[in-house]
Each structure stands twice: as structure tokens, then as C-alpha cells.
Ligand binder design. Structure first.
Ligand code: HSE
Length: 349
């Protein structure tokens, strides 16, 4: 049985909690995994700590009604995220707080506090992995702890785990694809005659867009994701600085550009790319005209897709959701299972 804490109880935190509830029996019966939720903290909604366990269905109903977590039945209330981590006694902390890809805070502080307390960590937060992957992974390793972050790229679509486990015997020379759901949604809507403004508004309403949508439409979110891939799959150390790296968003793409591409049998996609050149790892993000026969061309709406170019298998493409409450919550569930497997393995069970 693992005691867990959730830091950040917005769309992703609630998506994860919902899956813990709906999948509880599967987790127990098929994976021998039981959890006790001992703390939740959210900068807007308040916090509750209870070592005896927090009833998840009740908690979700509470959050749906917009009630403060400070009033939810429990032992301690009103702590900030760091104090919650320090006082909750969890085995695993699930970090899903507000994403800031420029400073990676407060998420990095949450992760480091949890590791310092001897807690394993799962995060879907892109900032810490885009800016500090090596340091955080080293910190976890030095302490004998697990740090997982599947949801940082392509949400619950098993992209990082695909690279980490299934492509482990391959040399990957390039990763190229659609990494931002909001911009793919906007480009798809525009290709169907919709306007940029309306499409962005819908993406915001559907919860795909970042709090500040500049991060999506200017390419910064996709850049953070290619840097996570560069740093964790290719072992590079690249900081996602849009001023020094090739990073072009979709704001310059007009309805006329999209129509011209369509007449030529092509579609516009915001393409993120990581590749090796002259022994160095390179990254870029830019809108490109993709031919219809490319597997990326048919990826519409908020979908994401990536093609790995490998020595053994040639091209391997994975397509799936890249954002949203349940897909991103699912990434946390899968990371929980992966940590459970790793810890079970250590014990030699
Ligand atoms: N704003 C991001 C997107 C969310 O649209 O892809 C998922 O990282």
C-alpha cells in the first residue's frame, strides 16, 4: 500500500484522482496495488492532510461543487504545497501544479522538496523536466528514488515509455512530430474554414490551451517538449530558449497559406524535431507543409503524433491524445504502475 499526495488539484489532478477511483479494483486485482490518498494541496482550492486517508469520490464531488479543500474533513488544513509535502508522510507525490515553462516554478521546488523527504515523484509538469531534467533525475537517483514524467509529452500516449522500454535496443536518430494539441486544433479548424480566434477560444474552453496561450501559439510549449525529448531520450542538455533556438509558432499562418497548401496536396502542421547532426543534438519547432502521405498529415484536432527514426525498425509512428483531463491523468496512473513495478523488482518479489 502506497500513501500518496497530489499537489495541484486542477484539471490534471482531478483527472488522475478520478482514475484512481474508477480503476481501484483493476489496480488491486491485476497489479496488487493499493493506495491511500493522504494529502491534496492546491494554490487556489486550499489543502487537506489526513494520514487516515481521504475518500476520493467524496473529494471529487467536493471539488466539483467548488468548495474549499480547507473545509474538507481531515486532520490539517490550509498548508501550502511545500508544507503539505513536508507534513503528509506520503510515499509518492504526484505533482500537477501550474505550469510555467520559463521558470519551472513552483513545480521544481515541489519536486525537490518531495525528493528531499525521501518520496518518489510523478509529474506531468513540463517546466521542471524541460529546464532541469538532468539535475532532478540525478537527485532522485542519488537518493534511490523514482521520478517519472510520462505526461509531460503527449499526455498519456505512451511516448516516453515507448522510447524508454520498447525502443531501448534501437539507436534513435530523429524524433519528429506534432507536440502541441492547441495549435493542431487551430490549424485543423482553420483548414475547415474556421477562424483563428474562434478556434483558440474553443481550445481554451476545452482545456487544451495553456493559461497564457502565447505558450502554445508561439511554439514555446512544443519547444519545451522537444527539449524534454532531447534531454531525456538523446541525453542532451538543451535549455528551451525560444530566442536562441529555432522556434516559430503558428501566428504567421493565414487562411490563404492553408488553402495554398491544400491545393498542393499538403497540410500545415507545427512540427517539433529533435535530431543528431555532426555528433550534436539539435532541436527545432516550426510550421511546415506536410504531404498527405506523411503519417503526421492525418492527425487532426488536438491529436499529437511522433515519428521515431531508428536503426533497427526504420520509422515508428505513435499517435494519440496530447492533452486533456483524462489522458494526462492517465499518464500519472501509468507512472504509478511503473514505480510500483520498479519497487517490486527491487524487493525481488
Ligand atoms: N497546451 C498544451 C497543448 C497542453 O495544447 O498541447 C498539453 O501539454
Amino acid at each position: 500500500m502506497y500513501k500518496i499526495a497530489i499537489i495541484g488539484f486542477g484539471v490534471v489532478g482531478q483527472g488522475f484522482a478520478g482514475l484512481l477511483e474508477s480503476k481501484a479494483e483493476v489496480l488491486r486485482k491485476e497489479h496488487g496495488l493499493e493506495i491511500r490518498l493522504v494529502a491534496i494541496a492546491d494554490s487556489q482550492k486550499g489543502s487537506v492532510v489526513d494520514p487516515e486517508g481521504i475518500e476520493i469520490a467524496e473529494l471529487l464531488a467536493w471539488a466539483r461543487d467548488g468548495k474549499s479543500l480547507n473545509l474538507f474533513p481531515g486532520k490539517e488544513h490550509g498548508l501550502d504545497a511545500v508544507a503539505t509535502i513536508e507534513r503528509c508522510g506520503a510515499d509518492i507525490v504526484f505533482e500537477a501544479s501550474w505550469t510555467d515553462i520559463k521558470t519551472a516554478e513552483p513545480a521544481t521546488t515541489h519536486i525537490r522538496r518531495a525528493l528531499a523527504q525521501g518520496m518518489h515523484v510523478v509529474t506531468t509538469n513540463k517546466g521542471p523536466l524541460a529546464l532541469h531534467a538532468h539535475k532532478l533525475l540525478a537527485e532522485a537517483k542519488d537518493r534511490g528514488l523514482e521520478l517519472r514524467f510520462e505526461g509531460t509529452v503527449m499526455s498519456g500516449t505512451p511516448l516516453l515509455n515507448l522510447a524508454r522500454y520498447c525502443l531501448a535496443g534501437c539507436q534513435i536518430s530523429e524524433i519528429r512530430g506534432i507536440l502541441n494539441g492547441t495549435t493542431n486544433f487551430i490549424l485543423t479548424q482553420m483548414s475547415e474554414g474556421g477562424s483563428y480566434g474562434e478556434a483558440l477560444k474553443t481550445a481554451q474552453d476545452l482545456g487544451y490551451a495553456e493559461a497564457v496561450p502565447d505558450a502554445d501559439v508561439l511554439g514555446w510549449d512544443a519547444l519545451a517538449k522537444v527539449c524534454i525529448l532531447a534531454n531525456t531520450v538523446f541525453g542532451a542538455e538543451i535549455t528551451p530558449d525560444p530566442k536562441t533556438l529555432t522556434c516559430v509558432g503558428i501566428t504567421g499562418i493565414s487562411a490563404e497559406d492553408i488553402e495554398a497548401a491544400r491545393k498542393a496536396g499538403q497540410v500545415y502542421k507545427l512540427i517539433g524535431r529533435v535530431w543528431r547532426e555532426d555528433g550534436r543534438v539539435q532541436v527545432s519547432v516550426s510550421p511546415q507543409r506536410v504531404p498527405q502521405e506523411d503519417p503526421l498529415a492525418g492527425v487532426s484536432g488536438a491529436g499529437n503524433a511522433l515519428t521515431f527514426t531508428t536503426d533497427v525498425l526504420g520509422e515508428v509512428t505513435i499517435k494519440g491524445p496530447g492533452a486533456g483531463k483524462i489522458p494526462t491523468g492517465y499518464a500519472m496512473l501509468v507512472d504509478l504502475l511503473d514505480i510500483h513495478r520498479a519497487l517490486t523488482c527491487r524487493k525481488g518479489d
